[in-house]
Design a protein around this ligand. Structure first.
Ligand code: NAP
Length: 267
């Protein structure tokens, strides 16, 4: 008989722990084996917490190829699709196959210093900004064509599913996830006689490669932030950003509606 395995990953909040206990009990009754850490033979990951916990799970397990759904015990819960009081209904729908998998693109950044290059990945966004509140001066190229010399606090490059996160707070556009694009949004752009930068975001097609080269004086004063986690490297010469082939399989209930979610969470 094939094993039926589900991973439950949750944050430390009392309510998340209680929710995980309840869920585990219901899953045992349905004949599932439940793991509180990552088992790669699982058919599903259930993340309990807020969007922060959901992001943590994806990063900690390196964007696993296992479908994932979130139960929201956190604050906003944009990624997390269900609430604790919907667990029984969710399980009924899951067992009867009343769901679909939405494959969401991640993005990757290749960060090159004078010595080597490393890769990082994000599902929401990658931010390139000045460390210690310094202005940054960045040359930004799209498919090797220089489009601007940016001066300001930094830039934020988001996926469509990340458009509702930090991107939205800095005035970027909300993007329907059916559109697979990259959005480059400025953080406090300087637009004066001294420096000229775009003041709105720019939306680019899915196959675009964005290259960001800091002015050499600023190579050591740049921070890279991937879904909220900061990375610092000495002597950054180039950051190259693009959508990745690696996708996250979000388990969605059949009645999932992106714009309904935007309205309920933002308006
Ligand atoms: P965090 O406290 O984990 O998250 C900050 C807020 O962003 C939380 O309310 C979180 O929801 C929400 N969020 C995360 N992903 C979202 C998405 N795809 N759509 C809508 N809202 C989303 O902060 P963190 O650990 O520093 O960074 C994690 C993420 O937070 C980043 O990827 C970034 O997008 C976002 N962030 C936003 C701002 C801002 O808006 N000014 C600043 C920093 C970071 P929950 O309450 O459900 O966790």
């Amino acid at each position: 008989m094939t094993r039926k395995i589900i991973n439950i990953l949750h944050n430390d909040k009392d309510f998340s722990v209680e929710t995980a206990e309840y869920l585990k009990k219901q899953l045992y009754k349905l004949g599932y084996e439940v793991f509180n850490n990552f088992n790669e033979d699982a058919e599903l990951i259930i993340s309990i917490g807020g969007d922060g916990s959901f992001l943590w799970t994806l990063h900690k397990y390196d964007f696993p190829d296992v479908p994932i759904i979130g139960i929201n015990t956190g604050h906003l819960g944009f990624f997390t699709e269900i609430t604790p009081d919907e667990i029984d209904t969710f399980l009924e729908k899951y067992i009867s196959g009343d769901y679909f998998l939405e494959e969401v693109h991640t993005m990757k950044a290749t960060i090159c210093t004078r010595n080597n290059c490393i890769e990082t990945r994000a599902i929401n966004e990658i931010v390139i900004k000045g460390d210690k509140s310094r202005t940054v001066h960045l040359s930004i190229s799209v498919n090797n064509d220089l489009i601007q010399k940016f001066s300001g606090d930094g830039i934020l490059v988001s996926t469509s599913s990340g458009s509702t996160a930090y991107n939205y707070s800095i005035g970027g556009s909300l993007v329907d996830p059916k559109l697979n694009v990259l959005q480059v949004a400025p953080l406090a752009p300087i637009n004066t006689n001294a420096y000229r930068s775009f003041t709105s975001s720019v939306i680019l097609p899915s196959d675009t490669i964005i290259k960001v080269n800091p002015e050499y004086r600023f190579e050591n004063s740049i921070v890279i932030v991937s879904d909220g986690t900061e990375y610092r490297f000495a002597g950054i010469t180039e950051v190259s950003l693009q959508l990745s082939e690696l996708k996250v399989k979000m388990l969605r209930l059949k009645d999932f509606n992106f714009w309904g979610k935007v309205i309920s969470k933002f308006l």
